[in-house]
Design a protein around this ligand. Structure first.
Ligand code: PLP
Length: 357
């Protein structure tokens, strides 16, 4: 069974070179074309490059069926979260966020003194209580910012797009939707689509956040962007430096090459599908509960507390996800290469033998 046999050239992790399955990065590395483009750009590293990002802006706009005026660059999408919150933070604004989701939204909302309305997730399957979020918005007197990560992190699951679209289209009063679609390219479910088409149709109550950190394998290059109607982009611009200068030119050139490298993007998706399947098969074999993953990470049950499991994995030179309370007996494991997932699968089997899992 070749799904359990490591390649001959696989090098097991060591304390000096850990197997990193803890940050939802993309283990396959950047597109070779992106790498060459970044290296080439070092030749003009001494120059300000005010306009070098414009071809990238055009390609990104095209990919979402919008215009260049609908795109704002940022150093990663985490800064895009900050920008969206900064541009809408007023003293009476509440930030409506699911209990179990990516933390940057809440962190920035606190930094900008927003009131936090955290809506409990369903502990059965950690699904987001969209109805609870809607009620929190409806009963609040002042403005609301709703932060939705779809597919969600750390749960790896999607909210069906029609449920989100219905809410956005109902135009709740004084409400801005921040839709974080960092992992959208990994989704296989037919119930999912990007909200980008709503913005193309003129929806002014939603900003879409995107990143090159995941499917493009460029987390260290820091390229992210916001898609929104032109007036909204203008409003966001007041909270950043000239957006084309927030990206380094090597990053711009790498992203420009990567977005055009369709073969690489297809390979990136396929590699994730195969490597994830290896891990999910192991979880099934060991009868371990997991959530249906639409991303480059898996969220599964463990025996006992995540801290102990994490420590045991670290002793095997493997880094897995941090605790995500209140899901303290669940672990988030990022999808690595197929070899890496075979390796970590074997560790799960060993842990089971030892009674740890
Ligand atoms: N949004 C989500 C949901 C994430 O999981 C991450 C990173 O893991 C980010 C945003 C930030 O990514 P970056 O700043 O690298 O674009």
């Amino acid at each position: 069974d070749n799904l359990t046999v490591l390649s001959e050239n696989f090098v097991p992790p060591t304390p000096q070179k850990l197997l990193e399955l803890h940050y939802n990065e993309n283990a396959i590395g950047m597109s070779p074309k992106a790498k060459s483009a970044a290296i080439e750009a070092l030749n003009t590293g001494n120059r300000y490059r005010f306009t070098e990002a414009e071809p990238l802006r055009a390609l990104i706009a095209q990919s979402h069926n919008v215009k260049e005026e609908n795109i704002l660059f940022s150093a990663g999408s985490s800064d895009a979260i900050r920008i969206a919150i900064a541009a809408h933070a007023t003293p009476g604004t509440q930030f409506v966020v699911p209990e179990l989701t990516y933390g940057d939204g809440e962190d920035f909302a606190k930094a900008y003194n927003l009131k936090i309305a955290k809506i409990k997730s369903n502990p059965q399957d950690w699904s987001i209580d969209l109805k609870g979020m809607q009620e929190a918005v409806a009963k609040y007197q002042g403005p609301s910012i709703v932060y939705l990560v779809n597919p969600n992190n750390p749960t790896s699951t999607i909210i069906k797009s029609n449920e989100i679209e219905t809410w956005i289209n109902s135009k709740p009063k004084d409400t801005l939707f921040i839709l974080d679609e960092a992992y959208a390219e990994y989704v296989n479910s037919p119930d999912y689509r990007s909200v980008d088409y709503l913005i193309a149709q003129g929806a002014d109550n939603v900003v879409l956040l995107k990143t090159f950190s995941k499917i493009h394998a460029m987390a260290g290059m820091r390229v992210g962007y916001t898609v929104a109607v032109a007036d909204k982009i203008k409003q966001l611009q007041d909270h950043v430096e000239l957006d084309s200068l927030t990206l380094s030119n090597p990053s711009i050139q790498a992203a420009t090459a990567s977005i055009q490298d369709k073969d690489f993007l297809a390979y990136s998706k396929k590699s994730n599908d195969s490597a994830r399947e290896i891990y999910l098969n192991t979880l099934q074999e060991l009868n371990i509960e997991y959530l249906p993953s639409e991303t480059n990470f898996v969220f599964h049950k463990i025996k006992g507390d995540i801290e102990a499991f994490r420590q045991r994995m670290l002793e095997e030179n493997i880094k897995v996800g941090r605790p995500f309370p209140p899901a303290n007996d669940w672990c988030r494991v990022s999808v690595g290469t197929t070899d890496e997932m075979i390796y970590v699968s074997n560790k799960l089997r060993e842990f089971r033998q030892k009674g740890w899992l």
